[in-house]
Design a protein around this ligand. Structure first.
Ligand SMILES: NC(=O)c1ccc[n+]([C@@H]2O[C@H](COP(=O)([O-])OP(=O)(O)OC[C@H]3O[C@@H](n4cnc5c(N)ncnc54)[C@H](OP(=O)(O)O)[C@@H]3O)[C@@H](O)[C@H]2O)c1
Length: 261
């Protein structure tokens, strides 16, 4: 499916640049990007994407405008943002509520992607309780081109999405980092430590994705009674890993609410 009217991405940083590239590569729509950084603009142009240095230069009739700037940058330019009637405003900004977006555009959707959007493997949450089915389908199409999407019915749940998947890649990297440090302590070179850790996470994530078994069952499958894995997992249980993770997600959700407020 190709979206007839063009899509404008405002902000060509990590997320905006990556999402625009994925959508362009998938041929979903005519992609246009506002990139104020010269080097980023030229790099995107070289890939065949129409770019502007400022929002004022972009004048097409858009199917969708995507806000991929920081919340504080949005506050600075909100007054100059003009969204035509019928254009859907998609925001990936953390902590900017739908009510604020709707002051700019009545048709608005909030999306919480995560960092693997950089390689087209985002887990995105999307929220727009009043959005009609055709616009939802358009958002789903775009988010499935950069990974997977879960729709939630209220913004409170979007804080929970932030706590699990939005910030989740950060938790995973922290765990990987700790395992990498342990690997070095066991005498492995940095290259070998990185390889052992990265491929272990990749393999486990792919297996979990492809398996019909629960995560608990998968864990039990590698844990023979009295065996090596059980010895290691016993330390996690003793140190309260599950409780620690629960508290981390609560801290993230609570910070997300604070930023939105
Ligand atoms: N990174 C993540 O993992 C993640 C996850 C979920 C949600 N988000 C959200 O995604 C948004 C973008 O994050 P990011 O990591 O991609 O940030 P980023 O790399 O700093 O990208 C923001 C980009 O927007 C540009 N920009 C700002 N104001 C502009 C304007 N008026 N016109 C044109 N371009 C403008 C900035 O240009 P300059 O470089 O010139 O300032 C920068 O290139 C944030 O709101 C964040 O909350 C990020």
């Amino acid at each position: 499916m190709k979206i007839e009217k063009p899509i404008l991405v405002l902000g060509a940083g990590n997320m905006g640049g990556a999402m625009a590239r994925c959508w362009h590569a998938a041929g979903i729509a005519n992609l246009q990007v506002v990139a104020r950084n010269d080097a980023r603009r030229e790099a995107l142009r070289a890939e065949g994407i129409t770019c502007y240095a400022t929002l004022a230069e972009a004048k097409d009739d858009y199917a969708m405008m995507v806000l991929a700037i920081k919340p504080q940058q949005f506050a600075a330019m909100q007054h100059e943002l003009r969204v035509a009637e019928g254009t859907l405003l998609m925001s990936i900004m953390a902590g900017v509520p739908l009510a604020t977006l709707q002051q700019v555009a009545p048709l608005a959707v909030r999306v919480m992607p995560n960092l693997p959007a950089l390689i087209g493997e985002s887990m995105s949450g999307a929220c727009a309780p009043a959005l009609d089915a055709p616009h939802r389908a358009m958002v789903t199409l775009l988010l499935e081109a950069v990974g997977k999407v879960a729709w939630v019915e209220d913004e409170e749940t979007l804080h929970a999405v932030t706590a699990i998947s939005g910030s989740g890649s950060g938790y995973v990297f922290a765990f990987m980092e700790a395992l990498e440090a342990a690997a070095k302590n066991h005498g492995f070179t940095p290259e070998m430590a990185r390889l052992l850790v990265t491929q272990t996470f990749r393999g486990a994530a792919l297996l979990a994705d492809q398996s019909s078994e629960t995560l608990s069952q998968l864990r039990q499958n590698v844990t023979s009674p009295g065996g090596t894995t059980q010895a290691g997992l016993g330390v996690f249980t003793q140190q309260g890993l599950a409780q620690m993770v629960q508290e981390a997600t609560e801290a993230t959700a609570s910070r997300s609410r604070e930023l939105a407020g």
